[in-house]
Design a protein around this ligand. Structure first.
Ligand SMILES: [Zn+2]
Ligand SMILES: [Zn+2]
Length: 133
């Protein structure tokens, strides 16, 4: 997998795998064209009609969104969590329907990063374990 952008945006972004920004190519997730200052990846895909492997451009947030799951999923409102999952508040659903796929991806990835940081802070901030008496 190759990546593009002004600077590495993930630990996996090795300098040798950097490629030019595919400006104008449609993102394989949100379908919006890749901007000239975008960050993202080129994913190898096999297209049956061409019978060969080609590359699909994708925004970084759209790629990461597929790894971390939707905001609904992370918040526990997702159907994949079973029938016991509560319905999201109507206001939440209403806001989400107004957002583009890409905006939803940005939110989902942002939320995930924040939660990660919180978890890291907790681990670091926790007092060292001591034997009690
Ligand atoms: Zn996208
Ligand atoms: Zn889910």
């Amino acid at each position: 997998m190759r990546w593009f952008g002004a600077r590495p945006w993930a630990p996996a972004c090795e300098p040798s795998l950097r490629t030019e920004i595919p400006t104008g190519a449609p993102c394989g997730y949100c379908e919006e064209p890749i901007e000239e200052d975008a960050f993202g990846v080129l994913l190898p895909i096999f297209s049956a009609d061409v019978g060969a492997v080609s590359e699909q451009a994708m925004h970084a947030e759209c790629f990461l969104r597929q790894l971390v799951g939707s905001l609904e999923h992370q918040l526990g409102f997702c159907g994949c969590l079973g029938s016991l999952a509560p319905d999201p508040p109507p206001a939440f659903t209403e806001i989400m329907t107004r957002l583009s796929l890409r905006e939803q991806a940005v939110l989902a990835v942002g939320y995930f990063m924040k939660e990660q940081k919180k978890a890291q802070r907790k681990t670091r901030g926790a007092p060292a374990q001591r034997a009690v008496n």
